[in-house]
Design a protein around this ligand. Sequence first.
Ligand code: HEM
Length: 178
Amino acid sequence: MKPLLKNDVNQWGVISRIFHWFMALLVIGQLYIGFTMTALAASPAKYDLYKLHKSFGLIVLSLVGLRLLWRSLFPTPALPSQDILTRLSAPVLYLMMLIMPLSGIIMTLSAGYPIPLFNWLTIPAFIEKNFVTSKGAALIHNLCGTSFVALIGLHMGAACYHQWGRKNNLLRRMIKGQ
Ligand code: HEM
């Protein structure tokens, strides 16, 4: 089969595969930076990591929007099984990719802080300062961050099980298309 730009019912297109692996890298990096920066004592390095974390978070949010749009335009290859866990896997991961940046943005803005996008521009704290909203969003961000680590672990485990246990080439088709 020829590699395709778009998906079809048999294979993932190049654009979907780039989205998948690039966003996997970004999200895992975001989790790593998130846990590292919160554990650091106040210092310029901590401040720089917060800035990086917020900037990459905005990139994740923009990309997940584009990715969902792209995904909605074409068919996707069939799932390896119809059981509930397999069917829920992609929607739950997409939900997490939306909840994490959105809760981060709400937490930051409602605490009265602006959001930097690297050194290019800054989104000012344009909403009213609200301690309860900020704390609620922080709680969601922290709980979902920890759950996200577990979900990514399960997702990677399931992909390996399908590839080498069930030998159905599930992982290969996300690398090579089919
Ligand atoms: C995919 C996107 C994101 C992921 C995976 C992510 C993940 C995390 C994680 C794992 C933590 C550490 C939580 C803990 O210590 O329990 C964290 C903290 C934090 N994140 Fe994010 N985050 C994302 C996006 C964002 C965005 C867009 C913003 C703001 C614009 C943001 C702002 C923050 C802040 C301010 C903290 C520190 C919270 C505190 O000090 O308690 N995050 N993030």
